[in-house]
Design a protein around this ligand. Structure first.
Ligand code: G6P
Ligand code: MG
Length: 223
C-alpha cells in the first residue's frame, strides 16, 4: 500500500458514498424486476451496486433465468423505463441527502489542497451533484459514456487519476461497492471502503459509515 504522505488526490464514487441514491436505484430496479417476474433478494441488491445501467439489467434478467427472453431493443426500453422512474425519484433530493461527514470531509480536502475527481458509473451523476449543491467540489468527472468496461475493471479509476494528472499511487479511491473496491485495487490506487467488512474485505482501509471517514482516520489506518 502507498504511504499517506504519497497521497495527493481522492477519486470518489457517488452512489452510496456521497449520498444514498442506492435507495432510489434499488426501488426503481426492484419495481422493474418484480414486473418481469424476477424474485428480488439481498445478494442481487448488493451486486447491482456500482455496475452500469445495462449490466444491472443483465444481472437482474440472469438472476431470474430470463437472460435470453428479450431483444436488445427491448432491453434498452426496460433500462429506460427504470431510469425514468429513478430520475423522478432524485428530483426530490436536496443537500440534506448528503451522507454524514461528507461535506466536512470535502471541505477539509479542499482546504488542504488535495485534488478531487468523480468516478461514478452513473450517467445521472451530474444531476445528483447539482441537487446536492456539490458540483463545485468536483471539477473533474469521468464520463461513464467514455468507458469501454465498467467496474470491477480499473478503467474508471485509472481515468479518475489521469484527470487529476496524478499517478495511481498518489490517489485514494472511495467506494461502497465490492465491484468498486476491486476496480480501485486493480488500478493500483489505495482503496477506502464504506460499508460492511463482509462485502468490502478487499478494501485497504474500511469504515462502517461515512461519518468515520476523516483524513486523520485514514492516516491512522494507512500507518
Ligand atoms: C452507480 C450505481 C449503480 C447504477 C450505476 C448506473 O454505479 O451504484 O447502482 O446502476 O451507477 O447509473 P445510471 O444512473 O447511469 O443508471
Ligand atoms: Mg457506489
Amino acid at each position: 500500500m502507498a504511504t499517506f504522505k504519497q497521497i495527493k488526490g481522492f477519486v470518489f464514487d457517488l452512489d452510496g458514498v456521497i449520498t444514498d441514491t442506492s435507495l432510489y436505484h434499488t426501488k426503481a430496479w426492484r419495481q422493474l424486476a418484480e414486473k418481469l417476474g424476477v424474485t428480488w433478494n439481498k445478494d442481487l441488491e448488493e451486486g447491482l451496486k456500482g455496475i452500469s445501467r445495462m449490466d444491472s439489467l443483465e444481472l437482474i434478467l440472469k438472476t431470474g433465468g430470463k437472460e435470453n427472453d428479450y431483444s436488445h431493443d427491448e432491453k434498452v426500453a426496460l433500462a429506460t423505463e427504470k431510469n425514468t422512474n429513478y430520475v423522478n425519484e432524485i428530483k426530490q433530493m436536496t443537500p440534506a441527502n448528503i451522507l454524514p461527514g461528507i461535506k466536512d470531509f470535502l471541505d477539509d480536502l479542499r482546504d488542504k489542497g488535495y485534488l478531487i475527481s468523480l468516478a461514478s458509473a452513473s450517467k445521472n451523476a451530474p444531476t445528483v451533484l447539482k441537487q446536492l449543491q456539490l458540483t463545485d467540489y468536483f471539477p473533474k468527472v469521468v464520463d461513464p459514456a467514455s468507458l469501454s468496461k465498467g467496474k470491477p475493471d480499473p478503467e474508471i479509476y485509472t481515468k479518475g487519476a489521469e484527470l487529476l494528472n496524478l499517478a495511481p499511487e498518489q490517489c485514494i479511491g472511495v467506494e461502497d461497492a465490492e465491484a468498486g473496491i476491486q476496480a480501485i485495487n486493480a488500478a493500483n490506487e489505495t482503496s477506502v471502503g464504506i460499508g460492511s467488512a463482509k462485502t468490502l474485505s478487499a478494501a485497504d482501509v474500511r469504515f462502517d459509515d461515512t461519518s468515520q471517514m476523516t483524513l486523520a482516520n485514514i492516516e491512522k489506518a494507512m500507518a
